[in-house]
Design a binder for this molecule. Sequence first.
Ligand code: 13P
Ligand code: SF4
Length: 360
Amino acid sequence: ENDELNARISAVREQLGDKLLILGHHYQQDEVIEQTDLRGDSYLLSENAAASKTCETIVFCGVHFMAETADILANRPEKLAERDGRRTTVILPDMAAGCSMADMAAIAQVEAAWADMAEVIDTERVIPVTYINSSAALKAFCGRHGGIVCTSSNAGAVLDWAFERGDRVFFFPDQHLGRNTALKMDITEEQMPVWDPYDLDLGGNTEEQLTASKVILWKGHCSVHQMFRAEHVHQFREQHPGIKILVHPECPREVNDLADVSGSTGKILKTVQESPAGSKWAIGTELHLVNRLKAEHPEQEIHFLSPVVCMCATMYRIDLPHLCWVLENLRDGAVVNKIEVDPETTKWSLIALERMLAVK
Ligand code: 13P
Ligand code: SF4
């Protein structure tokens, strides 16, 4: 069945040529990855969507916030001018491919939190930072309030940028990425209160905690990466002497602190690619990427860090039947599953995204 779908997909790709760009996040399943023009982490894929000149349609094999970001970046005013005003269409093969972490911060909740904290601290001096795993509305919030977007590959540089401009950071939606990054900057856990959007009393904090804060962390997490535990690291170290632990910074602090290397999916891939034969790794990130690394690097010993399956169910929604369906529709002149961010949200989120792209 896959052979038939692959042939149909290839036929459309051949017909559309460089008018079509298929992007794939590292967590996509192998059969989808094989059909992509470019695979990457969130940062690389955003940059690439921003750079595309010839393509008329981007099919994004990833999750909703990634497709939104691609739509915003590919249709920036200067890109539109280069193409005589013609927009690049962005398609998400399955509209139900969301991100449970991004869904943990709704714009109304963030705005309510911002208004509540203004009663205790001067929000003019607070820089809002949103992880790219968030809705375009949150990115627009950051654009409006002097803030910025970050990814797992530039979070440290982005926090430096923020502290050059303000006294505090309000970081959402992932508490773990925010905490793990700030700890490397000598900010202590006591200076990082967690804001619980379901606690209407200052997000569950005292006035003193907020006054003493450097980074206010949103109470959000990735349901996949929160499954990795410190005891898994200890077990691997006991049972496999010499093993190194490689994790994504969305893992909880206890795991991140014990790891040898922590970084974006792009960094995880590069670390393995650049390691000598015989290296031993236990990797704490989404299952499909770890399994692909295992298959591509038989000269190394690669283990999955958790004894239970940790896979991103929404990434997994993108499969060959969905990809084939959107592509054949496109060939026939029908655009299905289009992701288009409204102009006002686009304008403000672009400000926050461009600030990020300018951070080196
Ligand atoms: P990367 O930016 O590291 O690819 O991470 C995206 C993501 O969703 C991780 O869970
Ligand atoms: Fe979102 Fe986690 Fe899936 Fe990444 S792995 S897309 S953060 S739910």
